[in-house]
Design a protein. Structure first.
Length: 406
């Protein structure tokens, strides 16, 4: 088996594998002919890995990596977004994807990516490669008639096709500035720049305060379901909708608008918020509201030393962490982390005994803040050797969430 990056002129081969694997449509012959005439330009932020037969006549499986800049502990870090993981049915269970992921992780390590992220079809499958379930995503479905809204002032403006989406970007940046893993964006959403939302019956509304500053927005579409007519503001692969707000007043302003303007046309509103944010007191009658807890993808640390060097610790102390990483042996070591207020973390490999031993999966969830030291007793693969070690000063729950889909 040969594992390598695909040249842009070969992408049509990967698209065929993905179409078969996901039972989607394909313009294989057309793409092939176009690639032969004029190969697509290389994209420095996106590339594909493939597992081929020895003579390269057959592409067994493939996956894509997208380069992201993301927030991590108040700084920027590089993150590799994994997508399009697919294998032709006749080559499944051949090790093609393991080989691709292994090569991609090694490449990310060498390119100094700190993190990687993906949205799994199976969490158990991707745990084999060091990924672990991320933070919680809470999806609220709330009957409009039961919402106890109040007029908090401000005003609503509709954003129409062709108008600037800069207000959405500014709200996004402010909302997610302290969230680990959140992508650093230059535009709010590329899809919004290219799509006439009115043709999809999707609508954007801004809530502005008395100064005219945009403080919240919603992107919505009507969904008819068994439980009623729903104003869907959730962000998903099918439709990139959303609801973001910079403070409680902005959320109240949006919910007041929804109830006043749409109660005759909709029965419920659906929106999602990061698990670290509680809106329980704002949805009205909690007995009729529904809150579904989902997981915000899976995260993986690529370079242990790098994330330990910048992680925000509480107080001062030293802890020695043994990390076990089957896919990236460079991470296999006892890492001694020394931290103190006002000083850069000191991280070095040591031969000293570890205070704690953990697989890269658990380490990733803990260092990103999706889990905290209080969760360690419920993570049986973690072995604590020094009970008095200051684990709670290093591993504690933080804001952790990513909206980008790939």
């Amino acid at each position: 088996m040969i594992v390598r990056k695909l040249a842009p002129a070969e992408y049509y081969r990967a698209h065929l594998v993905q179409a078969v694997a996901f039972e989607g449509n394909s313009e294989y012959q057309k793409e092939k002919e176009e690639a032969e005439k004029q190969p697509p330009a290389a994209d420095k932020d996106n590339w594909m890995w493939g597992a081929f037969s020895e003579d390269e006549t057959a592409l067994y499986g493939c996956m894509s990596i997208r380069r992201y800049r993301c927030n991590f502990e108040g700084r920027e870090a590089l993150m590799g977004g994994v997508g399009g993981v697919s294998t032709l049915p006749q080559y499944r269970r051949s090790g093609a994807i393991r080989a691709c992921i292994g090569a991609a992780l090694q490449d990310m390590y060498e390119k100094e990516f700190s993190l990687s992220f993906l949205y799994p079809f199976s969490t158990q499958y991707y745990r084999k490669f060091g990924y672990e379930v991320g933070a919680e995503n809470r999806v609220w479905t709330v009957p409009l008639q039961d919402m106890k809204t109040m007029d908090v002032g401000g005003r609503i403006e509709q954003l129409l096709p062709g108008e600037s989406t800069q207000p959405l970007l500014e709200i996004y940046r402010q909302f997610y500035k302290d969230y680990n893993l959140a992508a650093v964006r230059e535009i709010y959403e590329e899809e919004l720049e290219k799509t006439n939302l009115l043709n999809q019956q999707r609508y954007i509304y801004l809530w502005k305060d008395e100064t005219g500053a945009a403080r919240g927005f919603m992107i919505c579409r009507k969904q008819r379901e068994a439980e009623g007519v729903i104003m869907d503001c959730t962000n998903g692969f099918a439709l990139r909708n959303g609801l973001l707000f910079l403070d409680v007043r902005a959320l109240q302003g949006l919910l007041y608008f929804v109830k006043q303007a749409f109660s005759a046309d909709y029965e419920k509103i659906r929106f999602s918020v990061p698990g670290s944010l509680s809106v329980t007191s704002l949805v009205g009658e909690n007995n009729t509201a529904k809150c579904q807890v989902l997981f915000n993808g899976m995260a993986r640390v690529v370079r242990v030393e790098d994330v330990l060097s910048v992680c925000r610790c509480r107080g001062s102390g030293t802890v020695r962490i043994r990390v076990l990483d089957e896919m990236l042996p460079q991470n296999n070591a006892v890492w001694e982390l020394t931290f103190a207020p006002g000083r850069e973390n000191r991280v070095e490999k040591t031969e000293a005994a570890a205070d704690v031993t953990m697989p890269i999966n658990e380490f990733s969830a803990l260092i990103c803040g999706a889990r905290g030291a209080e969760d360690i007793p419920w993570m049986p693969r973690i072995k604590v050797h020094t009970p008095q070690a200051p684990l709670e000063q290093v591993f504690y729950r933080k804001k952790c969430y990513i909206m980008d889909l790939f």
